[in-house]
Ligand binder design. Structure first.
Ligand SMILES: O=c1ccn([C@@H]2O[C@H](COP(=O)(O)O)[C@@H](O)[C@H]2O)c(=O)[nH]1
Length: 240
């Protein structure tokens, strides 16, 4: 597995907790309850928009690795500049949308690789909230697993480190794209937990068995009565 030179952890926790909060104070309250031996952190559009790059930079200096999940999607020059700026925050991983195409992804990769910290760069294939019907609604008639494989293949050809996909597609991507390609899978739900707005969901243990490299988990941890206990239970399920 490719690893970032700036990874602050010598170990490699598989769980990435999604800090989907409205402000930095709420996010930090959760972070204070978590154990960096068990997880990394993800900052997405809501928290980044409210708390800003300085917050991400300070979080990236903590013992947690930070995945900056802004899913850049624009013309190549704009995405490359955004990726340079994001890399300079010292994050462990960042992402773009694979549907931005080869030229956009190559520009992003070049920007990341010429930064001082060289974070991992991955691309979103098909959002885990989407199903076959929502894919058809945007004009794509290909079956979802094939579309994910096509976008992931393009991502690998562009030289990126991996993709965001559902764990439902992890087995086919592992077979076709090899063991060194990073598969980051949101849509993770322990058994009997609400799916919320996710469509393509898999349990934590099944996701790892199917070939996921990292599990992105938000509400099952952040909205638990005791987030650390929820994290520990998921971690235990994964290692057993
Ligand atoms: O395809 C995708 C890409 C990103 N996400 C993000 O992951 C978390 C999931 O949160 P849950 O509360 O566990 O559903 C969230 O931040 C999404 O923006 C995704 O779900 N699917």
């Amino acid at each position: 597995m490719t690893t970032s030179q700036n990874t602050p952890q010598s170990h490699d926790p598989k769980i990435i907790v999604a800090l989907d909060y409205a402000d930095s104070a709420s996010a930090l309250k959760l972070v204070a309850q978590l154990d960096p031996a068990l997880c990394r952190l993800k900052v997405g559009k809501e928290l980044f928009t409210s708390a800003g790059p300085q917050f991400v930079e300070s979080l990236a200096r903590s013992n947690f690795g930070v995945f900056l999940d802004l899913k850049f999607h624009d013309i190549p020059n704009t995405v490359a500049k955004a990726c340079s700026a994001a890399s300079n925050l010292g994050v462990w991983m960042l992402n773009v949308h694979a549907s931005g195409g080869m030229e956009m992804m190559q520009a992003a990769k070049q920007a990341v690789d010429t930064s001082a910290s060289k974070p991992l760069l991955i691309a979103v294939t098909v959002l885990t909230s989407m199903n076959q019907q929502t894919l058809n609604q945007i004009g794509i008639q290909t079956d979802i697993a094939t579309h994910v494989l096509n976008l992931a293949t393009l991502t690998q050809q562009a030289g990126l480190d991996g993709v965001v996909c559902s764990a439902l597609e992890a087995e086919i991507l592992r077979t076709k794209l090899g063991n060194d390609f990073c598969l980051v899978t949101p849509g993770i739900r322990p058994a009997n937990v609400n799916k919320d707005d996710q469509s393509r969901v898999v349990t934590p243990a099944d996701a790892l068995n199917m070939g996921s490299s990292y599990l992105v988990i938000g509400r099952p941890i952040t909205q638990a009565a005791n987030p650390l206990k929820a994290l520990e239970a998921i971690h235990a399920e994964c290692v057993s």
